[in-house]
Design a protein around this ligand. Structure first.
Ligand SMILES: Cc1cc2nc3c(=O)[nH]c(=O)nc-3n(C[C@H](O)[C@H](O)[C@H](O)COP(=O)(O)O)c2cc1C
Length: 189
């Protein structure tokens, strides 16, 4: 696909199924993500690639995190229905890539810029996946910021989850984005 067409037609795909992109395709997509703009060449990001059993373990982490909060706040574990929902949440796609920002102290590159660079890497990965004929949906939610989830994923103190990229084969018809009214977004100074 031409680059401009790719960028203007990209949409999130909320319903995804197997197969996930192959290892080779993902290697190319990760390479594309690594070309994110990056002040200071810090490459302040990394990727956690999760398929198969890893998705089950991620669901268990979600459940442990919510149970911890529920017991602390209300003295009871979450309902059976909620348990099943949490366990199955990562199964919404055959592959999840967690994009992690690694923020370091730097005299010229503040935390915000490092987070922005990591978000650019996440976007780059999502666009590359789309280019290869697969779908992607960037999600966060409370479970992206929960300390137990971060510990369970072995994140360091200086690391943060920028997004869960759900990736797979589209299982719904993609939206067709309409051109935007640029006068609302672009002003000449
Ligand atoms: C940082 C970030 C976090 C997001 N978190 C969620 C989320 O938790 N749940 C969700 O439904 N969409 C989330 N989104 C939005 C979707 O990824 C998507 O962009 C949105 O549904 C609009 O669809 P589109 O990308 O096709 O325009 C998030 C987007 C970003 C950039």
């Amino acid at each position: 696909m031409e680059a401009l067409e790719l960028l203007t037609s990209r949409v999130s795909i909320p319903k995804l199924r197997a197969p996930a992109p192959s290892k080779d395709v993902m290697a190319q997509c990760y390479q594309a993500a690594m070309r994110a703009p990056d002040h200071g060449r810090l490459k302040p990001w990394r990727f956690i690639h999760i398929e198969g059993d890893g998705l089950d373990r991620l669901g268990q982490l979600y459940l442990d995190a919510e149970n911890f909060d529920s017991v602390k706040d209300a003295g009871i574990e979450v309902s059976e229905v909620r348990q099943q929902k949490l366990l199955s949440m990562p199964k919404r796609a055959p592959l999840i890539v967690i994009v992690v920002a690694k923020v370091e102290q730097h005299p010229k590159v503040p935390r915000e810029e490092q987070l922005m660079a990591a978000a650019c890497a996440a976007y780059g990965l999502s666009v590359a996946v789309y280019d290869q004929g697969f779908g992607c949906m960037w999600r966060t939610g409370e479970l992206a910021y929960h300390p137990l989830v971060k510990t369970g994923l072995e994140l360091e103190e200086n690391e943060e989850i920028v997004g869960y990229l759900y990736i797979g084969t589209p299982d719904c018809r993609p939206k067709t984005p309409k051109p935007e009214d640029l006068s609302q977004f672009v002003k000449t100074f």
